[in-house]
Structure formats: C-alpha cells, structure tokens
Design a protein around this ligand. Structure first.
Ligand code: A3P
Length: 303
C-alpha cells in the first residue's frame, strides 16, 4: 500500500515522478532571471508560490485582479518536474514569460549544475519535521482514498519517515543540502522556515522581495501593499476561494488538498508524545553542529 518509491543518488522519489526528475537534471537550463522555489512537499510550497508570484507581478496585476483569485497557486506557478513539461524529452520552456518562477521538490544536489551556471535565485522553505510528516500523511491519505487506494497507517508511515524513507527525502538530507548551500552562497539561496513566516509574514515578504531583486519602495510600504499581499496569500483567504475549493491541477491533485489547517504544532493531535520525542532525538542527532533548529510548537505555547 502507499506510493511506490525509488531511491536515486541518496533520495527517494515517487516512481511516477522519476522520469521528469531525470529530465529536469538532463535538460533544464536556468536563466539568470529564474526564481526557483524549492521545498519538500507540505512545507509551505503553496504559500511561497503565492507570495513570490504577488511580489514579482505586483506591477502587472493589482491585488483585486490577481490571477490567484481565480487559479490555484500551483497553476499560476508550476512545478518544474511535472509531466506536463517532460512528456517530450526536452520541452521548450523559453516561451514562458520572464522572470520564470518554478516550484521544485528536487534536492539541491540535483539542481546544482544548472543553478551554478546562471545567476538564478533559489528560495527554500522548510517546516519542522513533525508537522511536515503529519501534513504529508493527511495529503497522501486523502489522495489514496479518492483513488480507492489503501493509505498507509500513520504508525507505519512514521516509522518509514524516521528511517529516512519519504518522498524526496530523507527529510534531513533535503533540508541540510539547502542549509549548507545557503551558508556557502547566501546570494544564491534564501533559506526560510514555515514557522517563521507564520509569526511574521510581512517581514519575510520584504526579505523575499529584496532577495530576488524586487524590493518594496517606501511609497509601496506606506500604501500598505505588503500587508495586502500577506492578506491575499493568507491561508484563510486562499482556502476560502472557490477556485481552491473545487477544481484539480492538471494531472495532479484536487486544489483543496493543498489547504488543510495551516497551523504550527498540529502534529500533537495525531502523534503520541513518544513519537514526538523520537523525532526530537533524531533532530538533535541529524542536525547536530549545523546550527539549524526547528520550532515544533507555536511560539505562544512555549513555557
Ligand atoms: P497542513 O496540512 O498542516 O494544514 P505545501 O503547500 O508545501 O503542499 O504544504 C501544504 C501545507 O501548507 C498544509 O499544511 C496547508 O494547509 C498549508 N498551507 C497552504 N497554504 C497556506 C497558506 N497560504 N498559509 C499557511 N499555510 C498554508
């Protein structure tokens, strides 16, 4: 039961994504103006796509004309490794308006060559492993049930996760590759955490805008544009739009599956304290010496 995975160069990929993954590696040519949004699934991809799209296109669409009001963020900002592109071996992505924005779940080492050869920017967002795991388990279970499939029990999926077996994982390797890439080249990779954006999204909208070379003017700040972008892209706003309640992304999932709760610390409603401790121990062990830490609870619930 569950999705079949294949391991390649140290990472696990869903079998159906494997050909596109190889094609991206082989053929994708980054342009200097490209912006690549890199994530493990369920780490804030949808949110980051919406925010980045709004920042980059704010002179083209006003907030009340935003394509995000009528299309899911994954339609507006596609994944690099989707079959849509790679059905032919080497598709022409030249016609896409620049700056091109793509999402990807590929590990940094898979993008290395193309990224290094150009001036393009990569923004990575990750999320604490407990919430990422629980969010992904819900996502897969919902999609499996819709296909009349047989979703993995949460205990079994958790055990696999702890052994490093999860889509585009091991979790730690994916996160640490981007973390180290950011340390080596902070001009190339901006490293964000879902929990930080939950605490102060306007601060990170500004950081993203500066990083990709689209800083807000004082005038725009005074007009409240940053707050307007935050509101448009908020969980409550996006999840309540008709387009995100129905509809499906071509060849992919229901738009609604990208919006569940959007909270920090929801894992505690699904995992036992012992499971929480197991991940805390793994975290200590795997991230030791890296300087990377995750918050697994809302800031307000800290003692
Ligand atoms: P939960 O399942 O915990 O609710 P991704 O976008 O990487 O697929 O991740 C999906 C997770 O992000 C889901 O988490 C989803 O609810 C949450 N999410 C989606 N849009 C969001 C938004 N605009 N703001 C905050 N969280 C969002």
């Amino acid at each position: 039961s569950g999705t079949q995975l294949v391991k390649y160069n140290g990472f696990w990929f869903p079998v159906r994504a494997f050909k596109p993954v190889l094609s991206v590696q082989k053929y994708f040519k980054a342009k200097d103006s490209d912006i690549i949004l890199c994530t493990l699934p369920k780490s804030g991809t949808t949110w980051l796509k919406a925010l980045t799209f709004c920042i980059v296109n704010r002179h083209i669409y006003t907030i009340d004309q935003s394509p995000l009001l009528t299309s899911n963020p994954h339609t507006v900002v596609p994944f690099l490794e989707i079959n849509l592109y790679w059905e032919q071996e080497n598709p022409n992505l030249e016609h896409i308006r620049t700056p091109r924005i793509f999402g990807t779940h590929l590990p940094f080492s898979f993008l290395l060559q193309s990224i290094h050869e150009s001036e393009c920017k990569a923004i990575y967002i990750c999320r604490n492993p407990l919430d990422q795991f629980v969010s992904f388990w819900h996502f897969m279970s919902k999609n499996e049930r819709e296909k009349d499939g047989d979703p993995l029990a949460i205990d079994e999926a958790f055990d696999m996760f702890c052994h490093g077996i999860n889509q585009f994982g091991p979790f730690w390797d994916h996160v640490l590759e981007y973390w180290n890439a950011r340390l080596n080249n902070s001009q190339k990779v901006l490293f964000l955490k879902y929990e930080d954006l939950k605490e102060d999204v306007t601060l990170y909208i500004k950081k993203i805008a500066e990083f990709i070379g689209y800083p807000f003017s004082l005038e725009e700040e005074k007009q409240g544009l940053i707050q307007q972008i935050a509101n448009l892209c908020s969980f409550s706003n996006l999840s309540n739009l008709d387009t995100n309640k129905k509809g499906k992304i071509i060849g992919m999932f229901d738009n609604s599956t990208y919006f569940r709760k959007g909270e920090v610390g929801d894992w505690a409603n699904y995992l036992t304290p012992a499971m929480g401790e197991r991940i805390e121990k793994l975290m200590e062990n795997k991230l030791e010496g890296s300087g990377l830490v995750f918050k697994t609870k809302l800031a307000t619930s800290y003692e």
